[in-house]
Design a protein around this ligand. Structure first.
Ligand code: F0G
Length: 457
């Protein structure tokens, strides 16, 4: 028999209670947090869909690995395991362990960046952009046109516009620090990048003598889409697809908090010995010695195991299909979504949901606050709060899209949790025309979404 129900391919061995709350309590918590969910206490959240990063449930095998961790300062057994695993997966010789993805970004872009340099990506994730811009360099996003239209159905909406890439490489000859493919494209809706696109990008970069890098934190999820949607890939394993993609690149930056199924960690993998040496110097100064970087032995053990588990076909199939399940339910309710549904998250088009709220009143922030007030669901705005800038006259230059992300932690929530989320949207839709926007009352200069204060209008 072929079942419709997608079951979680694991049993629950250890549980963590969720504290339930009333709407009146949550209304108060929200005001105390200045209407910014980053300032809420996790104990006041019922379903936390703020991020899929560092929120995975580890397996019994990984917890056993934690006990096996070798905490030697130099040359630990756990480092050998992690290094071998990353080398096998990426085919890259030089592996630098870091405490999380952005530490690898800081090291690599700190070295490749600087004033006058240009970086090109399908879409730079916010920490990637910040690390690049912090060096004085410029970060340019060139997703394909379909990737900018939330409602447009396309199998590989994460792809890079290769015509724009050629033009930018010609215009910026001698100035390009690197070309970066983010797989899947997180800020662009968790959308996959095809192998054909990665091949084209790799070829163009080689032709111009420019480094081609992968931001590979969700590469296993990306591989699921390639196997499912790209011609000729049906017979290749998920891991084999990931290996093919790595084989095209000169380096890779990974936040292990995603597809390595751990709560903390990351790495930088490089082919070139000279570049690796420069980065290793920075690693030792700012993260730690080469055989642990920013990690304990036990973390490295869990990463090595997680990188194997994530390519398990039953896990990946459940992972992508359960994200699609939430997306499909919301779509049936008429919630405007980024389509098709991505790998780790469902992205709601808040501009289409609340057409009466203009970008400078932050429609995404309005939805984020509604979801928390109605159900204790924590989500994230990916729109003008996160990416908006100010014009010289002080008015807002809005971001291209006003999205809200429901990111699904790996192996954490069950189908009934997801049904609760979907049910909440029935009320969101009923309240739709009455929902109001926000104004910012306080903000820092960089990455303002983390700490900004808001006031309802
Ligand atoms: N690259 C991508 C594509 C990411 O999604 C993230 C993190 C990073 C780099 C940075 O990694 O957090 O380990 O330093 N994304 C998280 C998120 C924060 O919620 O999407 P990190």
């Amino acid at each position: 028999m072929k079942h419709r129900t997608i079951i979680e391919p694991f049993r629950i061995k250890s549980v963590e209670p969720i504290g339930l709350s009333t709407e009146a309590e949550r209304t108060r918590y929200l005001a105390e947090a200045h209407y910014n969910p980053f300032l809420l206490r996790s104990r006041d959240v019922i379903i936390d869909l703020m991020t899929d990063s560092g929120t995975s449930a580890m397996s019994a095998h990984q917890w056993a690995g934690i006990m096996e961790g070798d905490e030697a300062y130099a040359g630990s057994r756990s480092w050998e395991r992690m290094q071998a695993e990353v080398q096998d997966l990426t085919g890259m010789e030089h592996v630098l362990p870091t405490h999380q993805g952005r530490a690898a970004e800081r090291i690599l872009y700190g070295h490749l960046g600087g004033p006058g340099k240009v970086f090109i990506s399908n879409t730079h994730f916010d920490t990637t952009r910040a690390n690049i811009e912090y060096t004085g360099a410029i970060a340019i996003d060139i997703p394909i046109a379909e990737g900018r239209d939330p409602a447009h159905e396309h199998p590989f909406k994460g792809n890079m516009d290769v015509t724009a890439l050629e033009a930018l490489l010609r215009e910026n000859k001698g100035k390009v620090g690197a070309v970066i493919l983010t797989v899947t494209n997180n800020s662009g809706g968790g959308q996959p990048v095809s192998l054909a696109n990665a091949e084209a990008v790799g070829r163009i970069c080689r032709g111009h003598g420019v480094p081609f890098l992968l931001d590979c934190c969700r590469i296993a999820e990306n591989s699921w889409f390639i196997k499912d949607r790209e011609e000729g890939m049906e017979g290749v394993t998920y891991r084999g697809i990931a290996q093919r993609m790595f084989s095209l690149a000169d380096g890779a930056v990974m936040s292990a908090k995603k597809d390595a199924l751990v709560n903390m960690g990351g790495f930088l993998a490089l082919r070139d010995a000279t570049l690796a040496e420069a980065c290793i110097n920075l690693l030792i100064i700012t993260e730690g010695f080469t055989t642990y970087g920013g990690l304990s032995g036990r973390d490295m053990e869990a990463i090595a195991i997680g990188l194997q588990e994530v390519f398990d076909p039953d896990y990946l199939d459940y992972r992508i299909k359960s994200t699609t399940f939430v997306g499909r339910k919301l779509h049936e309710l008429g919630v405007p979504l980024m389509r098709p549904i991505g790998g780790h998250a469902v992205y709601i088009d808040a501009k289409a949901l609340y057409p009466h709220i203009p970008p400078h009143e932050y429609p995404g922030q309005a939805l984020v606050c509604e979801l928390y007030r109605l159900a204790g669901i924590r989500s994230v705005e990916i729109g003008s709060v996160m990416f908006g800038t100010y014009r010289p006259d002080g008015t807002l230059q809005p971001s291209a899209m006003e999205l809200v992300r429901l990111a699904i932690p790996r192996r954490v929530y069950t189908q009934s949790h997801m049904e609760y989320v979907a049910e909440t949207f029935e009320e969101v839709m009923r309240e739709r025309s009455r929902t109001r926007g926000f104004r910012i009352t306080k903000e820092p200069r960089f990455l303002r979404h983390f700490t900004a204060h808001f006031e309802p209008l």
